[in-house]
Design a protein around this ligand. Structure first.
Ligand SMILES: *[C@@H]1O[C@H](CO)[C@@H](O)[C@H](O)[C@H]1NC(C)=O
Ligand SMILES: *[C@@H]1O[C@H](CO)[C@@H](O)[C@H](O)[C@H]1NC(C)=O
Ligand SMILES: *[C@@H]1O[C@H](CO)[C@@H](O)[C@H](O)[C@H]1NC(C)=O
Ligand SMILES: *[C@@H]1O[C@H](CO)[C@@H](O)[C@H](O)[C@H]1NC(C)=O
Ligand SMILES: *[C@@H]1O[C@H](CO)[C@@H](O)[C@H](O)[C@H]1NC(C)=O
Ligand SMILES: *[C@@H]1O[C@H](CO)[C@@H](O)[C@H](O)[C@H]1NC(C)=O
Ligand SMILES: *[C@@H]1O[C@H](CO)[C@@H](O)[C@H](O)[C@H]1NC(C)=O
Ligand SMILES: *[C@@H]1O[C@H](CO)[C@@H](O)[C@H](O)[C@H]1NC(C)=O
Ligand SMILES: *[C@@H]1O[C@H](CO)[C@@H](O)[C@H](O)[C@H]1NC(C)=O
Ligand SMILES: *[C@@H]1O[C@H](CO)[C@@H](O)[C@H](O)[C@H]1NC(C)=O
Length: 421
């Protein structure tokens, strides 16, 4: 057990017990950190009356069972796990992490690759300076969290509370599959609800969605959604104005972005159920629509800078009308507008249709490129998982659970401070 003698119990006896108690752990290989090898270490921290941990908390190999630490409101550094060099490469097995009073955490909550960790509850946490990564979680309560650097929540999600989340500076990644593994399929469709979210770097939502709530989202750089196996989705972005690219893939029944005038990236949609596209963009860097697109209208579009406009539908779409309207509105030659519809009905070939046939190779090429982009994105996911997390961890990359099992040397290692007993 680490000694808690370094706890600075300020003005003992003079201040009421409710006053802040700043506890500074001993200095070790992980800096000022409490080495938590069993729940009894947590009991000691509680007994000291700590409200601020001036340092970090490290969960080590021997830890098993629930991690419950009440009264602590501030952890100035992070909370992470490491294997204890004295025990060997053994992953700790916490079943839950419950910090009921925590309001602030000054660094990462690196609690990835812990398959036993089902529940994470920090209902009063408002600010996490860096971010979280958890790859196997089921129930997550972060209902007061307002601002965070990055947030990766992956696992067989059955409940997720992010009621107050307003700002994510980097990446928000939610996926209802363990480790977001492409080989696995989600247990069930899940409601992805982000009711307060206003500004976010990139959004990556994956798995099986039953609904999506982003009614306050205003500003996002890249928005990506890949959903399969759930009910048809209605995607509504009522307040969105700033977006630099969106990739939407799934059973999309409706799509609305009434406030987006300038899509400063590519809109890439692939739907498996009939979808009417009617978006008010005035400008877009590119538009690629694929699958069961039932109609296409961009009544306000005046400019497509990169001439990247492609519709490839399995349903009858009136390509002639679309090409005519667009070429008039944007002053582009018709060959730059690619539209093909497998069930298109013509009374004789119009100029537009001929042009469409003329660019069939182009369309096929474009669609293939779009398809490859999707695939590449999926393939890269694994690597991505490691890379992105590593940005915030200055030592070893977070390995996946299987990698850990196959090669225990990949575990993050920790030499605890000399025991103070
Ligand atoms: C907090 O820890 C730092 C070392 O990281 C130490 O210098 C400082 O005195 C501690 N503050 C308090 C209030 O204990
Ligand atoms: C870890 O657990 C083993 C056996 O359960 C025990 O012998 C050892 O002392 C524990 N180590 C620590 C650091 O708690
Ligand atoms: C937590 O402690 C850090 C370091 O002392 C401080 O900068 C931060 O403001 C504190 N946060 C809260 C919410 O008390
Ligand atoms: C996780 O939370 C759920 C719902 O609150 C509860 O039913 C379950 O027992 C918890 N599991 C663990 C391992 O704490
Ligand atoms: C998540 O669900 C899948 C499919 O039911 C299951 O194989 C896997 O073990 C579950 N994960 C955890 C951490 O329980
Ligand atoms: C959108 O968010 C980015 C990053 O937070 C910020 O730099 C930019 O100014 C925001 N744009 C608008 C129009 O609010
Ligand atoms: C739309 O966005 C592009 C790229 O950021 C920019 O060059 C263009 O000026 C914008 N158009 C308007 C009308 O703001
Ligand atoms: C479009 O829907 C039909 C059934 O109406 C389905 O057979 C086809 O696979 C769908 N196309 C795509 C690309 O999902
Ligand atoms: C699109 O144009 C229509 C009129 O054609 C106009 O009523 C509407 O406000 C415009 N929408 C946007 C977002 O500019
Ligand atoms: C389209 O081009 C014509 C002449 O080439 C020009 O007079 C007109 O202003 C252009 N319209 C737009 C919307 O750029």
């Amino acid at each position: 057990m680490p000694s808690l003698s370094a706890c600075l119990t300020l003005a003992i006896g003079l201040l009421p017990a409710t006053m802040a108690q700043i506890c500074t752990p001993e200095f070790g290989t992980q800096g000022y950190a409490y080495d938590v090898s069993s729940p009894s270490v947590l009991d000691q921290i509680v007994a000291e009356g700590c409200t601020t941990i001036n340092g970090s908390i490290v969960i080590t190999s021997n830890f098993t069972g629930p991690f419950y630490l009440p009264n602590v409101r501030n952890i100035t550094d992070g909370l992470r796990w490491r294997y204890d060099t004295r025990i060997g490469p053994v992953v700790p097995t916490p079943t839950s992490i419950d910090l009921p009073d925590l309001e602030f955490i000054g660094d990462d909550l690196a609690i990835y690759s812990l398959p036993t960790l089902a529940n994470v509850s920090m209902p009063n946490l408002k600010t996490a300076v860096h971010g979280f990564n958890m790859y196997f979680v089921r129930d997550v309560n972060l209902r007061s969290l307002e601002t965070v650097g990055y947030l990766y929540i992956l696992g067989n999600l059955s409940s997720l509370r992010l009621d107050s989340l307003r700002y994510v500076s980097d990446k928000l990644w939610i996926c209802n599959k363990d480790e977001c593994d492409q080989e696995k399929s989600p247990v069930s469709a899940f409601d992805f609800s982000l009711p307060s979210l206003e500004t976010v770097g990139t959004v990556d939502l994956e798995g099986s969605l039953s609904s999506l709530e982003v009614s306050n989202l205003r500003n996002v750089s890249e928005f990506s959604l890949v959903s399969g196996g759930g009910p048809a989705l209605n995607l509504d972005f009522p307040r969105l104005t700033v977006v630099s690219g969106a990739q939407l893939d799934g059973d999309i029944a409706s799509l609305s972005m009434p406030g987006v005038k300038n899509m400063t990236g590519i809109l890439n949609v692939r739907t498996y159920v009939p979808l009417d596209i009617n978006l008010p963009f005035q400008e877009a860097e590119g538009i690629i629509l694929y699958g069961n697109i039932s109609s296409v209208q961009f009544p306000n579009l005046t400019s497509i800078p990169q001439d990247l406009f492609s519709v490839d539908s399995t349903l009858p779409v009136d390509c002639d009308a679309l090409e005519k309207t667009l070429s008039q509105a944007t002053n582009m030659t018709i060959t730059h507008i690619r539209c093909s519809s497998s069930k298109e009905s013509h009374s004789g070939l119009s100029v537009g249709a001929k042009a469409a046939i003329g660019v069939v190779v182009g369309v096929v090429g474009l669609v293939i490129i779009a398809g490859i982009l999707f695939l590449l994105k999926r393939r890269r996911r694994r690597e991505h998982l490691k890379m992105e997390s590593s940005v915030h961890l200055n030592d070893s990359l977070p390995p996946t659970y299987n990698e850990v099992r196959n090669d225990p040397a990949r575990l993050p290692e920790y030499s605890p401070p000399a025991l103070g007993r």
